[in-house]
Design a protein around this ligand. Structure first.
Ligand code: ADP
Length: 165
């Protein structure tokens, strides 16, 4: 059985990897997909950089395939014949928006079932934006992200501070 795990992954954190591991325990194959809007150029990292970091972080997980898609989750699922969509839940604060997204996806693709997986306690307060905030001010992120991501973050903020000065 195939599941998709969509998100921005800007960048991937250990919290995402925890959800990926939980998902591969439930499903034979998991397609982790970076969804993006080609008309928008937001985000710290380009889609290519996010892909490189995700691929490196999951290289020892044969059931995981990493991908990107410039469109809707519902369409990506249909394209690959996936019937399950995985999302991670941290605190109650995630619930409102996640339920809204799940109901929207159900409307767009009634065959797609959203499966919520609860995060491990140690990742409860971990988010891509939090990690970026720490890295921006020179903090150590090595406990929160895979080694290559820590390297990318260091380089990105180093080059930004150099260009600002
Ligand atoms: P989006 O911008 O679509 O929310 P993210 O890349 O931020 O994409 O997150 C993708 C998914 O991973 C979401 O379901 C989010 O709730 C989940 N997630 C993010 N961080 C964690 C974490 N620390 N623990 C569990 N799930 C997480």
């Amino acid at each position: 059985m195939l599941a998709i795990y969509p998100g921005s992954f800007d960048p991937v954190t250990n919290g995402h990897l925890d959800i990926i591991d939980r998902a591969t325990a439930l499903f034979d194959q998991v397609r982790v997909v970076i969804l993006y809007n080609p008309a928008k150029t937001g985000g710290l990292f380009s889609i290519e950089e996010r892909l490189a970091m995700l691929k490196d972080a999951t290289r020892d997980r044969p059931a995981v395939h990493v991908d990107s898609y410039p469109g809707l989750t519902a369409d990506y699922a249909r394209l690959h014949g996936a019937k399950f969509l995985v999302r991670g839940l941290r605190a109650v604060s995630d619930f409102d928006s996640e339920l809204r997204i799940a109901l929207t996806n159900k409307k767009l693709n009634p065959e797609l079932e959203t499966v919520f997986l609860a995060t491990g306690l140690e990742y409860l307060f971990l988010s891509s934006s939090g990690v970026k905030e720490i890295a921006r001010f020179g903090g150590n992120v090595q406990d929160f992200v895979p080694p290559l991501v820590a390297q990318y973050l260091r380089q990105r903020y180093l080059s930004q501070s150099v260009s600002v000065d």
